[in-house]
Design a protein around this ligand. Structure first.
Ligand code: MIC
Ligand code: SF4
Length: 657
């Protein structure tokens, strides 16, 4: 039986286990990526584990989320990250150099490699045939120390692309179409592997838009085979020697197949406030638009902004619509400026931002109240833009630019008919990327050799080992698809506390219930109750760390998102799955008790637990965990477990048994 591309790369990196879906495997990690809002914890954990040098081929630390540095705490975080990269041997990308996924794609992403990153959109380089997975920060710290990364072997699904995109349809519409069909939980436990004749019609930047936003499907990762298009792209980047031809065997066996005929696609848009609320643009035409933003790690490359620039040439944006371009990298910005496109766009009414995540998480360009904002981003979770009750739509740069010209949502095909001289700008590749060396400091050029910690940088809190007895109140009952943005919002007033857990914890679940943090602290223990897909979205481990700090013992949910579930284990919180009927019956404020000797049950591999509610009725809850996850949970989290392992004499490779 032939192998899928995913299996081939995993096989090449396999350290433990077998490639059977659902079984735990350990893989060697070649590259790691961290960014500013998750990176501080990564390095504090690296330090706490007593590790002294990065062991992966490449480790890169980016400063991209909060680059405006509104507060000295942000700047201190950046200085700490520079010092950590220097001390331990990682590349350091300075604030303003661009979004981690875009800069990594330009500088390091390479076919056949594995990567782990403390950001949920780490799968972006799948567009170049790299197998890249997002995880919590502590998993990255451990992998950076040279230990394997352990994960449940996902199912590999074949997404077969046929045909060719028609005019005005784009790569963004491919992924929006998949979100429309599969929903935000349709990819959980799966790798989406793209195949078929449609692949060669897409350039690498188009492919990376698709792999980037595969995260919104909940997929473990997404990957494309390599071909001349990959070779051409690496050539433009000046890294042609890193090209390797890789792809699945002809008789590869996939768990499932999804066919997308590119020629059937049309401009699509995700309506507020979930990336899977997708409809054809024509269905929402006429809605007045006050703000348009082009950028983010999904559509912030030079090639993504160029079509918008061409559409705006000789035109102006509508007077009541503000248009902002936030390039994904300084490199993209520089190329557009050198070619004169920046001036062209400015003359049309565009406001240029530095290369940053910014508005994507409500840092800058917060929409006006009761207004519509169209963005080329990947997430439109309610409130993420920085204002509650926002109305954020997600679309391609072409649809966004058409709206900026017309001042309302319009299908670019209809705008072209109306204007008579507007042509589909197509998708053009740059000739040559320069080298953004000035802002990328390699380990050899490091300027620090010890950690510099400002007053806001605290320690990583540790939890006690799992107790025998778990009981407490159902502190909060939540619905389906609760995101990590609900659990720990990322807006600028809160983001500055990412390195200060006691302070950050005050904001835990404030988007759902402002009284939560105080109530949890007072209750000193208790549970969260949620519906399906709990913890979807970002990789931020703070969404487990802060509830842990407030004394939460576990989460009872119908199902969990992959990265968040791993983070719950990593911080010693028990993730238990419950049935829909039991979920319906449990009320906020109920007394919950796990009847079994929990520690003993977790250690012995018990899968079903009896949950007693109000001393009145019982529900059955399931613990789906590998032996390793059970040991981590029992120790009180990964940091405690790693220290235990090291003291037990397993040495420097902390996760390796
Ligand atoms: C996001 O897009 O939500 C973020 C901000 O990039 C997060 C990381 C974080 O919370 O710091 C992610 O996607 O993992
Ligand atoms: Fe940054 Fe937004 Fe991408 Fe997250 S999704 S890495 S916040 S641009």
């Amino acid at each position: 039986m032939g192998q899928t591309l995913t299996e081939k790369i995993l096989d090449d990196h396999l350290v433990e286990g077998e490639l059977t879906p659902g079984e735990e495997i350990g893989i060697e990690i070649d590259q790691v990526l961290t960014q500013d809002t998750t990176g501080t914890m990564v390095w504090l954990q690296f330090e706490a584990m007593g590790l002294d040098e990065v062991q992966t081929e490449i480790a890169a630390q980016y400063c991209d989320h909060q680059t405006y540095q509104f507060d000295f705490k942000n700047t201190d975080d950046h200085r700490f990250l520079r010092s950590a990269a220097g001390t331990y041997g990682a590349h350091f990308s300075r604030p303003g150099n661009g979004i981690c996924h875009q800069v990594h794609k330009e500088n390091f992403a390479a076919p056949g490699k594995t990567m782990l990153g403390s950001d949920s959109h780490t799968p972006t380089p799948g567009g170049l045939g790299e197998l890249a997975i997002g995880s919590g920060g502590i998993d990255v710290a451990v992998a950076m120390g040279g230990a394997p990364y352990y994960i449940e072997m996902p199912e590999v699904v074949n997404v077969r692309l046929e045909g060719e995109l028609p005019e005005w349809a784009t790569a963004k519409d491919v992924i929006l179409e998949l979100l429309r069909r599969l929903s935000v939980k349709g990819g959980v436990g799966k790798v989406l592997e793209y195949t078929g004749p449609g692949v060669e019609t897409l350039t690498v930047p188009e492919r990376t838009t698709i792999t980037n936003m595969g995260t919104e499907l909940g997929a473990t990762t997404s990957i494309f085979p390599t071909d001349e298009k990959t070779e051409e792209f690496l050539g433009i980047l000046g890294r042609e020697d890193e090209y390797v031809e890789i792809g699945p065997d002809e008789d590869a066996d996939y768990a499932d197949e999804i066919v997308v005929d590119l020629s059937d696609l049309e401009p699509l848009i995700a309506t507020p406030s979930m990336p899977d609320n997708v409809v054809p643009v024509r269905e929402v035409e006429g809605e007045e638009v006050e703000q348009v933003i082009i950028g983010s790690c999904t559509n912030g490359g030079y090639e993504d902004i160029l079509p918008s620039a061409k559409m705006l040439e000789g035109r102006e944006t509508a007077k009541h619509t503000e248009m902002i371009v936030a390039p994904g990298s300084k490199q993209a910005s520089e190329m557009l400026a050198r070619e004169g496109w920046t001036a062209e766009m400015m003359a049309a009414g565009v406001n240029f931002s530095e290369a940053t995540c910014g508005a994507c998480i409500g840092i800058g360009h917060v929409p006006a109240s009761d207004s519509v904002s169209l963005r080329t981003f990947n997430r439109n979770f309610e409130g993420r833009s920085g204002i509650e009750d926002d109305s954020v739509y997600l679309c391609s740069p072409e649809v966004a630019t058409a709206a900026a010209i017309k001042g309302e949502i319009v299908d670019p095909r209809d705008l072209a008919d109306e204007l008579g001289d507007l042509e589909d700008p197509g998708f053009e590749m740059g000739d040559k990327y320069g080298k953004s060396d000035a802002d990328l400091i390699s380990p050899d050029e490091a300027i620090d050799d010890e950690l510099i910690k400002g007053p806001n940088i605290g320690d990583v809190p540790l939890k006690d080992p799992l107790s025998e007895n778990l009981k407490g109140e159902a502190l909060l009952k939540m619905e389906d698809n609760i995101t990590t943005d609900h659990i720990i919002p990322a807006t600028s007033d809160i983001l500055k506390f990412r390195s200060n857990v006691p302070k950050l914890s005050e904001y835990t679940l404030s988007r759902v219930d402002e009284t939560f943090a105080d109530r949890a602290l007072e209750a000193d223990g208790g549970f969260l109750v949620a519906g399906e897909n709990y913890g979807q979205g970002s990789s931020r481990e703070h969404a487990a760390l802060c509830p842990m700090y407030l004394g939460v013992e576990g989460v009872l949910a119908q199902s969990f998102a992959r990265i968040h579930k791993a983070n719950l284990f990593n911080f010693g919180l028990i993730p238990l799955e419950i049935d829909a009927d039991d979920y319906e019956q449990i009320e906020q404020g109920d007394d919950i008790e796990i009847v079994d000797d929990v520690r003993e049950a977790v250690d012995s591999g018990q899968e079903e637990f009896t949950v007693r509610v109000n001393d009145d009725w019982e529900a059955t809850a399931r613990l789906d965990a590998s032996e390793r996850e059970r040991a981590i949970l029992s120790a009180g989290g990964k940091l405690a477990w790693t220290k235990e392992q090291a003291e037990g004499g397993s040495g420097a490779a902390p996760a390796d048994d």
